[in-house]
Ligand binder design. Sequence first.
Ligand code: NBX
Length: 799
Amino acid sequence: MATDINKAQFIKDFKDQLYEDFMVKNSDATAEEQFVALAKVIKNYVRPDWFRQKNGIVADKKKTAYYFSIEFLPGKMLQTNLLNLGIYRMVEAALAENGVALNDLVAAERDMALGNGGLGRLAACFMDSLATIGAPGFGNGIRYKYGLFKQKIVNGYQVELPDAWLSSEGNVWETKKPHSAVDVKIYGNVYLEPHDGGVLKPVYENVKTLHAVPYDMPQIGFQNGVVNNLRLWDVEIPEKYELDYPTLADRRRVEDITSVLYPDDSSREGQSLRLIQEYFMVSAGLQTIVKSYAKMGLPMTAIQEKVAVHINDTHPAMAVPELMRILMDDYGVKWSDAWTSTIAVMSYTNHTVLSEALEKWDAALFKEIVPRIHQIVGEIDRQFVAKWASKVDACVVDNTRIIRNGQIHMANLAIIGGHSVNGVAKLHTELLIEDVLKDFYTIFPEKFNNKTNGIVPRRWSQIANPKLSNLIDDLIGKGWRRDIHELKKLENLTSDTAVLAQLDLVKTANKQRLADYAKKMLGIELPVNAIFDVQVKRLHAYKRQLLNVMHIIKLYQDLKANSELELTPRVFIFGAKAAPGYHFAKSVIKIINELAALVNNDAEIGDKLKVVFLENYNVSLAELIIPAADVSEQISTAGKEASGTSNMKFMMNGALTLATLDGANIEIKDAVGEDNIIIFGMDKNAVYDHYQKHDYNARAIYDNNPEIKRVVDAFVDGTIPNIHYEGHEIWDALVSYNDEYFLLEDFDDYVKKQAELATLYANDKQTWQQKALINIANSERFSSDDTIELYAKEIWEIN
Ligand code: NBX
């Protein structure tokens, strides 16, 4: 095991690797070269465990869970891998003795961003947790050449640049596996022809064949010798099929399949490329899985005893008909048996209640691209309708069937074709059952269950926050590093004033670390005695960054009206990418940046208020920002945020949560108690009440509340320069179009709670730190190790 490696051996391995790859002495090597060498050394150390785990699937006939996700958002892997191998300190010290700062190598690693946001980050946390709990759980995804766009702010506007994350060295963590490549067929015609014994077999004409080549990345468990696999698929044109792609343009179209991550998480576009991406990943992954199951020599009709396939959001939902296809067409299983197996194998997680994000495909396009899959989906739909038409109301069948009005409903496919549907927080699952998927619940109540999200505690405490981690070691010993539940012991220390003072010092140091970064990036001095108030997440109307902006405008106006006003100094920090096609979101970014310029350059305001927008928010930046937060802004319209996961990361780092009763905020409140979280605004029932009664009147609020009017008018009256166009757009959204996300109704309570927390921070730092400590102690409830334990036991039935 890698833990047996000593310093001398490690340094020898490291220098040998530098020599082998770059023919360079350590003293002459660049940080990039040193990083590559170190990563390769680590890979060599884990190779035996990795190989054993992969071979063990067939050799030991282990039931394995395959997590299919069109996004994985691991960020950097160097520190996680060192930590999980148990060699972090040794390597750090050995490198230091040889004049190398580990941090420089960390900086040299590219941030792997093959995901948009929460959903992709959750998938990455789950991969770590699967290995950590020792479960055989492998990921399947796409090896995009370009990750989520790199965000630059130019003149206050978001500019999207390609993220060429693959350096000239490629991705050092991966291993290409040409011998495991499989072919994926798209387009063409398919018809069924009777074979021996009358069995119908598909005949394909004019298909295009894609060659799917896997790249494997080790997923290292926390100091347990378990190494799972994350398999990302790339596309190639094999010599055999060159004639299918005679021109350069043809070849480019193929390469496009694994070029870019679909960057629009508002999901309004439906493009054939995206559909091909989805089928490509699902087909390549499942063909491989069934092949390895076949090697066990067990009956094909019992595949569910060894294989579990998870559909992460609807994007991999074609796994259902694809498994049917493989079982029937490639292995001769009859429909009814294949269907029984498919349902038992498949499970699905829903991540949103927003109907625009539930994928639907035009049936004609679907038929053109995946004709055989289209046939199978048609038959699944036909049988579903035939079975349920006599048992439930016609409208229930109509709302749940897969093909309706010429569209294929992918969520419906995933639900009908699997045995489990879960939401990602208690409230979210309740909303699925009561509202979004209620007709499904009347048919399949047994399929529904909740699995509240979690986060990998190691990355979000030990790696992101070494200072806090050291303090915790001093207070309760190191046991919490392995067993996060030991954090609970911190609750015994909440009246120890010396502890609270130390906690305050740690927070200030982390704020300074972030302030240094802001200074470097933006040339701005951030006062670390101010409240660091942070909202970092994708930019979306329902997440209500705009409500935060309105509060800042109010404070600014108050200060301008009365420069003597006592105000707890505050630094507002934003990080957010907007989907490239999401106009409103981009306008909000522009407004934040113009507001920042206004506030930060006003001498009258001085250090009382600062606003910063940190560009290109990603996992690495999150690791820097979150430990520095005093306040965690989780202010979505109640009922809209499925769970949220940054809320958990913030609490683990001692921020107080300012939140609506939405998503996992509710469970955070239950964990820390009402006194240790700040809740404001309408709850889900109040929101739904407005939906039902159609009685929300934003205009009336605007007309009758002078403070709100003053704030909203600031968007259009020249208070904030350079937002003529965007300001009017926002004003209209709030007033003319009746404020879809209820910012105006929630504004007063939000402002009130903000003022209360500012007073507490200014007058009673000790109580503040007490609450922070309670948050840290109770963050143990949100470990993805526990979440994944439940998936493993209750959904996948793996050990
Ligand atoms: O999934 C997010 C939810 O919004 C969060 O509340 C939740 O915590 C998280 C993990 O469960 N959803 C999300 O990130 N969705 C996407 O990024 C997405 C991307 C492409 C797409 C639809 C959704 N077509």
